[in-house]
Design a protein around this ligand. Structure first.
Ligand code: G1P
Length: 301
């Protein structure tokens, strides 16, 4: 097995029910944070982490994602004719940033099942997985690349993790793991993991974040799975079974993670990413400071 992680898999077949009605027709991955669809942040992260093949797992109603990364001849021609060079560059960059492949998940059978749909396209190589809802803001230090560094040294699968305090842990896969030397105290060796445990049953406060580097053996594990939490084929369960054959590490990632698939998380990401933008940040900050937030009304929901 090569040690080079060239491929990144993006499960993007979910229905986005947390964002209805916005996602009734529009794929949630295409909701813009400032002016870029959520999924583009992940694709840019994968590319800056050294991946050159992007595998998007789509489903019904998701063709807009493919169109987004395709060349729009009419748009490019119009922008060129109007001498809108900067906008032309922006449009061209999106279409040419990576080699995009898609596979379809025909039924919503869970994250593990979505990853399995990439089996043929991945083949017998290690690969990254990026859950597009999870935005990780870590300028100059792409989150997937942080995991790839660990993978290259340990030659074993690596899962991104962050501490989540209190009952919120029940929304995540949770690691049972002990710290190991190296990587500035950020590395853990995993002995078990549970998908969305009750607070009382959580083995730690180390939550799985939506970035993974996996060995291809994970596909066999998914194929042998029985439905788990929510009746779905859970990636966490497949990873737990993989522990019988291979070591798996958890890496406490550097950066700020936003759950952009959640309304509040999406709003927070939008505000923070907008504040960082040189073209918008200063004016936006002034506007935010001018808001009398204390007095803002909480109207009927
Ligand atoms: C998925 C994984 C879960 C992980 C989470 C991170 O859950 O199954 O282990 O903690 O992503 O965002 P989901 O949020 O898709 O329910």
């Amino acid at each position: 097995m090569t040690l080079k992680v060239r491929k990144a898999v993006f499960p993007a077949a979910g229905m986005g029910t947390r964002f209805l009605p916005a996602t009734k027709v529009m794929p949630k991955e295409m909701l813009p944070v400032v002016d870029k669809p959520i999924i583009q942040y992940g694709v840019e992260e994968a590319i800056s982490s050294g991946c050159d093949e992007i595998i998007i797992i789509t489903g019904r109603g998701k063709v807009l994602i493919e169109d987004h990364f395709d060349i729009s001849f009419e748009l490019e021609q119009t922008l060129a004719q109007r001498n809108k060079h900067n906008l032309l560059q922006t449009a061209q960059k999106v279409a040419r940033m990576a080699h995009i492949l898609t596979a379809r998940q025909k039924e919503p059978l869970g994250l593990g099942h979505a990853v399995l749909m990439a089996k043929r396209l991945v083949g017998n190589e290690p690969f990254g997985v990026i859950l597009p809802d999870d935005l990780v803001d870590s300028p100059g230090n792409p989150c997937l690349h942080q995991l790839i560094r660990v993978f290259e040294e340990k030659k074993a699968s690596v899962i991104a993790t962050q501490v989540v305090e209190g009952k919120a842990i029940s929304a995540y896969g949770v690691l049972d793991a002990k710290p190991v030397d190296g990587f500035n105290g950020r590395l853990y060796e995993i002995s078990n993991m549970v998908e969305k445990p009750a607070f009382a049953d959580a083995p730690s406060n180390l939550a799985i974040i939506g970035r993974y580097v996996l060995t291809p053996r994970i596909f066999e594990m998914i194929e042998a799975l029985k439905p788990g939490a929510g009746g779905e084929l859970q990636l966490t369960d497949a990873l737990r079974n993989l522990l019988q054959y291979e070591k798996i590490y958890g890496y406490v990632i550097e950066g700020k993670r936003h759950d952009a698939g959640d309304k509040l998380g999406f709003l927070k990401a939008t505000v923070e990413y907008a504040l960082q933008r040189p073209d918008l940040g200063p004016e936006f900050k002034e506007y935010l400071l001018s808001l009398n937030v204390e007095k803002a009304s909480h109207g009927p929901v």
